[in-house]
Ligand binder design. Structure first.
Ligand code: 5GP
Length: 189
């Protein structure tokens, strides 16, 4: 997706060989026009599939997921990183380790928002080690949903999350893939 590539080149900051900062349009301040186009692009990539729900994890996946749900006309559920005291009743959960924050959290979704008849599209901002995606896949598995696929805004293909997901047969669609982050520069695939 050229628009996203251009935005990364203009405004992204390479923090280290592993981390790209995109705070000005995706992860802190958000560009609604770009996010809407991202939603349209995911809807196009998964055209022909029946999707009844979009699933993401708070917070940075929400914008892309919400726009995708808007274009598809389906509800969006985000997994919470802390089980709220108001979440009574059954829930599904998955454990994820964030290498950017160096912390492990249990993500949760109230069971009333994912049903076995749902056909789920998982959306997230980045794919690195695949922990977040695998945690959400685990939640979809507990809910006995059909997993349509995973849509990722930025895949860092030098980390092995994408490889792991594809190896287990998950359809992964990424809008932009990065080969390497070297000498402060983004090297796209
Ligand atoms: P994974 O679970 O695949 O290792 O990483 C995905 C999650 O970590 C994403 O939800 C994203 O929030 C965060 N993340 C991973 N790599 C980066 C990165 O290079 N930059 C930023 N800003 N977030 C990242």
């Amino acid at each position: 997706m050229n628009l996203l590539k251009e935005k990364i080149l203009e405004e992204g900051h390479v923090l280290s060989a592993n981390i790209l900062k995109v705070d000005s349009f995706l992860n802190h301040q958000m560009d609604p026009v770009l996010m809407y186009k991202i939603g349209e692009e995911f809807a196009k990539r998964f055209e022909g599939e029946i999707i009844t729900k979009v699933l993401t994890v708070e917070a940075s996946g929400i914008a892309a997921a919400l726009m995708t749900g808007l274009v598809l006309g389906v509800p969006v559920v985000f997994a919470k990183k802390k089980k709220p005291s108001t979440m009574d009743g059954a829930f599904f959960s998955g454990r994820i380790h964030s290498f950017t924050k160096n912390e492990t959290v249990d993500i949760v979704v109230a069971s009333k928002y994912l049903k076995s008849e749902d056909r789920v599209l998982i959306i997230d901002d980045f794919l690195a080690t695949g922990e977040a995606a695998k945690g959400m896949i685990e939640i979809a598995r507990q809910a006995a949903c059909h997993l349509v696929g995973v849509g990722i805004c930025i895949e860092k293909s030098f980390q092995d999350g994408g490889k792991q997901l594809r190896e287990i047969g998950v359809r992964v669609e990424t809008l932009v893939s990065i080969n390497a982050l070297t000498n402060g520069k983004v090297d796209f695939v």
